[in-house]
Design a protein around this ligand. Structure first.
Ligand code: SF4
Length: 177
């Protein structure tokens, strides 16, 4: 099995909208193909996974890098400088293609681990509805964060010193170190 499941993609760098120059980024990789068939294998290989098979959402870690996979999109968190983005993208694509190519040797896992609820996340957000994340309320942000459609880095207030405890608690909810 040598075929690649990802053959074409583009990516964009997402800087927190109201914190340009903050040095925090997330990367969104837009895919041409539906990669959800690889999710049960990634669910076996990755650490700390959250998997919703029906809705084709998988969140997990490899080597301290947090990924959120959807059918035609991958989000990569924790890119500290724009210059790191190309390598982070290459590694994400390589990871998916490698697991797909090795799938005959990997026992697929359909075990689902529930994501924290939007309310669980919301409870620990700053709850100011300041919209710096580009969402209308903290609850909407929580709901999108839950399924990997946005990233923690998009909420600049969370990274203020006064919100360190909140940030740590949310990271624990998602098992992000
Ligand atoms: S989630 Fe963060 S950035 Fe978004 S509205 Fe709430 S406090 Fe503001």
């Amino acid at each position: 099995m040598s075929e690649e499941i990802i053959t074409r993609y583009e990516y964009e760098l997402a800087e927190p909208p109201c914190a340009p120059g903050s040095g925090r980024y997330g990367v969104r990789i837009i895919l041409s193909e539906d990669i959800s068939p690889v999710f049960p294998y990634l669910n076996t290989v990755l650490e700390d996974t959250y998997y919703d098979h029906e809705n084709k959402v998988l969140i997990g870690r490899e080597e301290r890098r947090q990924y959120a996979f959807r059918a035609t999109e991958i989000r990569v968190a924790g890119v500290n400088e724009a210059a790191q983005a190309p390598e982070a993208v290459r590694n994400a694509v390589k990871l998916v293609n490698r697991v797909w190519q090795e799938r005959a040797t990997i026992k697929p896992s359909f075990t689902e681990r529930k994501l924290p609820t939007a309310i669980d996340i919301y409870r620990h957000l700053p709850k100011t509805n300041c919209r710096q994340c580009d969402y209308s309320t903290c609850l909407v942000f929580a709901s999108e964060l839950r399924t990997g459609k946005c990233m923690l880095e998009q909420c600049p207030p969370l990274f203020l010193q006064e919100n360190t405890a909140r940030l740590e608690t949310i990271r624990k909810l998602f098992a992000i170190e």
